[in-house]
Ligand binder design. Structure first.
Ligand SMILES: Cc1cc2nc3c(=O)[nH]c(=O)nc-3n(C[C@H](O)[C@H](O)[C@H](O)COP(=O)(O)OP(=O)(O)OC[C@H]3O[C@@H](n4cnc5c(N)ncnc54)[C@H](O)[C@@H]3O)c2cc1C
Length: 497
């Protein structure tokens, strides 16, 4: 099946979302498309689907976005708490300054100012002792964090030197050296670089477990080192912590494309040989598609693509190898203010990170990543453990937990284990694959772990691959924004990019 309608090439990717003149041009392109072919159908309105929709609509391609739920955001979304009617997030979501694609998407959706950025990252040990990492204004990476590391009292002097040695090794290897580590675990790499159990517990765990949703030693070295290279060692803004100052759902108030359909669950994909003809929703509506971007998680992909079609396309062969790892999020309400810091990484569990959710510090959100052993723990037991942990950390033995809501997302993300990349599918179809079916989603091959940034990259990559398959769009720039640049000092100390 052909998806090559005659369309004028559009030079800028920034059209409907910002530049009025370009919006008109995009509209013309859309009109021409509509007279010739069916629209592109995007299945799934999580961040991957939203990003793909924004990129395509911006380029003038008509899009229909079908989302099974009544709102956008998918796993990075919110729900209404029945008792209070308040919007609560599925779980606190954190971004970093190096998440350039996510930041770009927020800007296009007009919500860039809803992210509050923190230059100081707080740590608390089990006795409530406070430490922090901060940058010196004006100093480029990696020098910007140097003074804070020298004074980082959580680590002994020899532990700080040991971390400096490991960071130096990560810089020297550059991105190209990192890519050679595909088959080894971060545990193996840390052992080779003489990082002690205490350093792993105090320094690496708070960063790696939350960033990768995997145990530090079990995670692939490639992804763990990526976190440090991209967030700490490249650009002074990379490590900054971004927290939405509103419920996640409010970030998606602006529709990513004109035609968004909610409560529209796709139940069937209709094929003709090696191409997709249409999709059918569970209510029976048939929607013709010039091309489809599947922006669901990989479980839904395996359900929706019948085994005989999966057999035609190598992208589907590794999906069953992706292991899901749970995350626990705990909404906690105390009878008094207990937390004045905006956030804190906790050195000792069970909760690993805390986020203050109200100005007074009575409403706290706690997170446990790589939460495999919490899946079957009764929530009242979790709540009592968390209450005790916070009473101890904040030295407030009388503070009482008056309400809680615990959510364990069993299929939060896939495990970024060593060697996992071979099982992650590309967004574009292979030569003999299903020719007009594109994949987006945090599990696809983005070079990033399963994060909001990875999801947005996948959406932009899928949209870019689709545009590249259309002759008339050959000159449209890839929607993927650049990574943070190497600062001069970082470049001098680093290996090849
Ligand atoms: C508890 C938790 C905490 C996390 N914390 C962080 C964090 O702090 N920072 C971070 O960067 N990342 C975090 N993540 C990861 C991040 O949320 C995900 O990587 C990202 O949101 C995935 O987006 P996606 O679009 O790929 O998939 P999804 O968000 O899963 O979106 C898929 C969408 O497809 C829809 N869908 C499925 N089937 C159909 C169908 N048949 N028809 C129509 N629609 C369908 C779904 O309803 C959903 O909306 C966290 C994830 C979880 C679960």
């Amino acid at each position: 099946m052909s998806i090559t309608p005659e369309l004028p090439s559009i030079k800028s990717a920034d059209t409907v979302f910002g530049v009025p003149g370009m919006a008109a041009q995009a509209k013309t392109a859309g009109d021409r498309w509509q007279s010739r072919a069916a629209p592109v159908v995007i299945i799934g309105g999580g961040l991957a689907g939203i990003a793909a929709a924004v990129a395509l609509e911006t380029a003038g391609v008509p899009v229909i976005l079908l989302e099974a739920r009544r709102d956008l955001g998918g796993r990075a979304g919110s729900f209404q708490e029945p008792q209070s009617q308040a919007l609560l997030d599925n779980c606190q979501h954190v971004l970093l300054g190096c998440c350039t694609n996510l930041i770009d998407l927020y800007r296009r959706l007009g919500v860039g100012d809803k992210i509050r950025w923190y230059k100081r990252v707080h740590y608390l040990d089990d006795k409530g002792r406070h430490y922090s990492l901060w940058s010196v204004p004006g100093l480029p990476a990696p020098l910007h964090l140097g003074p804070a590391m020298v004074l980082f009292g959580l680590l002994t002097l020899s532990e700080r030197l040991s971390v400096a040695h490991a960071m130096r090794a990560m810089m020297r290897m550059g991105r190209s050296g990192r890519s050679l580590l595909e088959g080894i675990t971060f545990g193996q790499w840390l052992a080779r670089h003489h990082q002690s159990a205490a350093v792993i517990h105090k320094f690496y765990d708070p960063v790696v477990i939350s960033a990768l949703n995997e145990d530090t030693r079990r995670a692939g070295a490639l992804y763990a080192i990526e976190v440090f290279q991209e967030a700490m060692l490249r650009h002074h803004r990379g490590y900054m912590l971004g927290l939405p100052d509103c419920p996640l759902q409010m970030l998606y108030a602006r529709k990513p494309c004109r035609d968004v359909r909610f409560a529209a669950r796709v139940g069937e994909i209709i094929f003709d040989g090696r191409s997709v003809q249409a999709v059918r929703t569970t209510t029976g509506e048939r929607i013709a598609a010039a091309a489809v971007i599947m922006a669901t998680n990989h479980h839904a992909v395996q359900k929706l693509i019948p085994p005989d079609r999966r057999g035609m396309d190598a992208r589907f062969s590794g999906l069953s190898k992706l292991e899901s790892v749970p995350i626990l999020g705990a909404h906690l309400w105390f009878d008094r203010p207990i937390m004045h810091l905006p956030h804190a990484a906790l050195i000792d569990g069970p909760l690993q990170w805390l986020f203050r959710k109200d100005a007074r510090g009575t409403n706290i959100h706690g997170v446990i990543s790589a939460a495999r052993e919490w899946v079957d723990t009764p929530h009242d037991h979790c709540a009592s453990l968390f209450e005790h942990q916070l009473q101890k950390i904040f030295r407030m033995p009388d503070a009482r937990l008056v309400k809680y809501r615990i959510i364990v997302e069993k299929r939060a993300t896939f495990s970024p284990a060593a060697g996992i990349d071979q099982f992650r599918p590309a967004q574009a179809p292979p030569a003999a694959g299903i020719e007009n079916l594109f994949l987006a989603g945090d599990y696809t091959r983005t070079g990033w772990p399963a994060t909001m940034e990875g999801a947005v990259r996948s959406g932009y990559l899928a949209a870019g691959a689709l545009l590249a398959s259309l002759p008339n769009f050959a000159n449209v720039p890839m929607p993927l924004p650049a990574d943070l640049p190497f600062e001069f000092s970082a470049r001098c100390l680093s290996g090849p990019d």
